[in-house]
Design a binder for this molecule. Structure first.
Ligand code: NAI
Ligand code: AKG
Length: 460
């Protein structure tokens, strides 16, 4: 491909051809991995102006090297259920890129988990982690194990078996997993216990999201949801808007969703709807967060139970209908591709001002284009949900220094990090002629730091 003249002018068409060819290679090398291909496509399109201005990234084959994970580990996870039956699940860890720090990213336990989902998450994590400004590379992992309906003892046995294999590949300076869908403080506790037992050493920094009593950071539980709202507030402010007095719809009712609702309510918003994978609730009086926390964090119940305590609220089966509820701000916080073009159009026709992605890749490519085309303020996941991993990196820092910061100290650092990510993304969008487009800005700013580190470190 003749695009490598470092000093010569590189034609727009040529770079676009180069990027298109790269995408075809990704499709051929990763057939059937539609989520991974989707995540790659969004990034490649954003990077065209960067490659035009800096052909050195093409010369050094930075993208070719970045699109191939350093390694994808897949392993057997045998475990025994309460009835004595032997079960086998598949575990994964993708170690995508460690140019700027140890691999870092969560573990997802959900029946839908496969290589494509783990690779899309790991790929996005490279850019997100770079945006935080902290020394963390990109990784992700998980299993097709579904914790729903499993007893505590079954979950413990599964986690112990999973860690028995995973422990061969991780370490505080190698790869540091954390939680994601289906993995919270309970699972991290079991995983940490097994790692400690296998290594015979207390390596606190090997996992983040630990309980605060044994090396976890105050504020980690809240970090992704709070960080999302801090980011969106910054974006709203640029247009003279605020959460105060706004009407908000938040999908999901897990870790990210609950703390996004909490911070939005603290800032004066009225949150009128949330959901789980079965359906959604609409409460015209504003969601009672204590009830949601009790159902989801304590009792592990379905969201429809909410209406038993709040008779004015309505429950609807199906999770996409939530986007038909009129709101000023929509925060998709459940899972990938939960918001499609049709849902985006519905939100727009109902007058939505802003969308902030708490989940990873919750909007389809068509939905993102629709929001941008209609000038809806749009905060992409890589930037907007980076608060979780950012506080994970703060947890690693506290573990290394053997100190513990207060909730307030952590929260101040989180606010600062989210503001920086916002301004970095806005500036990158402006520098590369995509003014106001945070999708492009976040991809570009995240990419440049990692790409420069890769070039500095040679062909590896
Ligand atoms: N936990 C964290 O720190 C971070 C999580 N994320 C992303 O946020 C999203 C949510 O993660 P968590 O809150 O941690 O998980 P969680 O397991 O605590 O909650 C997930 C929520 O999404 C719902 N859900 C799952 N599949 C769904 C579907 N198909 N339709 C509708 N709802 C569905 C579940 O019912 C639950 O309410 C995921 O995309 C995750 O990758 C992103 C950054 C950090
Ligand atoms: O805290 C972490 O390391 C992981 C967070 C995560 O999985 C994510 O940002 O999607």
């Amino acid at each position: 491909m003749k695009v490598l003249e470092e000093k010569g002018e590189v034609q727009t068409q040529t770079v676009t051809d180069y990027v298109n060819e790269l995408f075809i290679q990704v499709q051929q090398r990763n057939p059937h991995e539609k989520e991974f291909q989707q995540a790659v496509k969004e990034v490649l399109v954003s990077l065209v102006p960067v490659l035009e201005k800096n052909p050195t990234y093409i010369k050094h084959a930075v993208l070719e090297r970045m699109l191939e994970p350093d390694r994808l580990i897949s392993f057997k996870v045998p475990w025994v259920d309460d009835a004595g039956n032997i079960k086998v699940n598949r575990g994964y860890r993708v170690q995508f890129n460690n140019a700027i720090g140890p691999y870092k990213g969560g573990l997802r336990f959900h029946s839908s988990v496969n290589a494509s989902i783990i690779k899309f998450l790991g790929f996005e994590q490279i850019f997100k982690n770079s945006l935080t400004g902290q020394p963390i590379g990109g990784g992700k992992g998980g299993s097709d194990f579904d914790p729903k309906g499993k007893s505590d003892q079954e979950i413990m046995r599964f986690c112990q078996s999973f860690m028995t294999e995973l422990s061969k590949y991780i370490g505080p300076d190698i790869d540091v997993p954390a939680g994601d869908i289906g993995v919270g403080a309970r699972e991290i506790g079991y995983l940490f216990g097994q790692y400690k037992r296998l290594k015979g050493a207390y390596e606190a920094g090997v996992l983040t999201g630990k309980g605060v009593g044994y090396g976890g950071s105050l504020g980690r539980k809240e970090a992704t949801g709070y960080g999302l709202v801090y980011f969106v507030e910054e974006m709203l402010k640029s247009q003279g808007l605020h959460f105060n007095n706004s009407r908000v719809v938040v999908s999901g009712s897990g870790n990210v969703s609950i703390y996004a609702m909490e911070k939005a309510i603290q800032l004066g918003a009225k949150v009128v709807a949330c959901s789980d994978s079965n359906g959604y609730i609409y409460d015209p009086n504003g969601i009672n967060l204590e009830t949601v926390k009790q159902l989801k964090e304590v009792e592990n119940k379905r969201i429809y139970e909410y209406v038993k305590e709040h008779p004015d609220a309505l429950y609807q089966e199906g999770y996409t209908g939530i986007w038909g509820i009129p709101c000023d701000i929509a925060l998709p916080c459940a899972t990938q591709n939960e918001l499609n073009k049709e849902a985006a159009e519905k939100l727009i026709s109902n007058g939505v001002n802003a969308v902030g992605e708490g989940a990873n890749m919750p909007s389809t490519l068509e939905a993102v284009d629709t929001f941008i085309h209609h000038n809806v303020l749009f905060a992409p996941a890589k930037a907007a949900n980076a608060g979780g991993v950012a506080v994970s990196a703060l947890e690693m820092a506290q573990n290394s220094a053997r100190i513990a910061w207060t909730q307030d100290e952590v929260d101040k650092k989180l606010q600062e990090i989210m503001k920086n990510i916002y301004s970095k993304s806005i500036k990158a969008a402006e520098d590369y002629a995509t003014r106001g487009n945070l999708v492009a800005g976040a991809n570009i700013a995240g990419f440049i730091k990692v790409a420069d580190a890769m070039i500095a470190q040679g062909i590896i």
